[in-house]
Design a protein around this ligand. Sequence first.
Ligand code: C5P
Length: 224
Amino acid sequence: MTGIVIAIDGPAGTGKSTVSREVATRLGLAYFDTGATYRVATLACLKEGVDFSRTSDVAAMVATMNVELVLDPGAPRVLLDGEDVSRQIRTDTVALTVSKVATNLEARPILQEMQRTVIRHELEAGFSRGRGVCAEGRDITTVIAPEADVRVLMTADDEVRVARRAGEGADRMTVREAVLGRDRRDSAVVSFHEAADGVHTLDTTDLTIEEAVRAVISLAHEAQ
Ligand code: C5P
């Protein structure tokens, strides 16, 4: 018996990460945040002073960086050269730069292959002991795991997504640019606004996290 694969895509602010983690927790699955691979690659380049306009240099860094991912939905972690960089990859600097790696057509296939390998290993033996994985990102339903048992595209109105990201006192215009600007830049290479054939759309504009989690879990039950 092989484990279940749940693939969840969508832009920032749809609740994708929170929902994916919670689904993984409740179903005893590994949680794979593929965005973290782009973020840690960006951090590695920033630390080494790699010029992002030199696409081959970025790809070389991506191919040789020493990254370890912990797929525990209770405490997902990313290690770079053995150092826990889980917080560093969430800084504004990384968020504003990450699209340069995501749209680098030499680096992207290397990260995509790494992601497929992570999922394959997880299904063989990993955190979930073969129960499976909930993987989230932008191209999981279409490119990384098009054969996944459950494929969901999470969407939400732009204003709702911006509001969810705007914390207390955060400058709304900065958050707006961070969310919508990143979507725009990412859209250059990956399409995540329209569901591909066979992919369920889950519009979370008027849903609570709990409702969205239940919707994904019921799709998982139907698939099994
Ligand atoms: O999901 P998160 O916001 O952490 O993703 C960070 C960035 O990684 C995205 O803005 C996008 O540039 C890139 N990404 C991607 N494909 C994925 C996941 C993330 O291009 N599957």
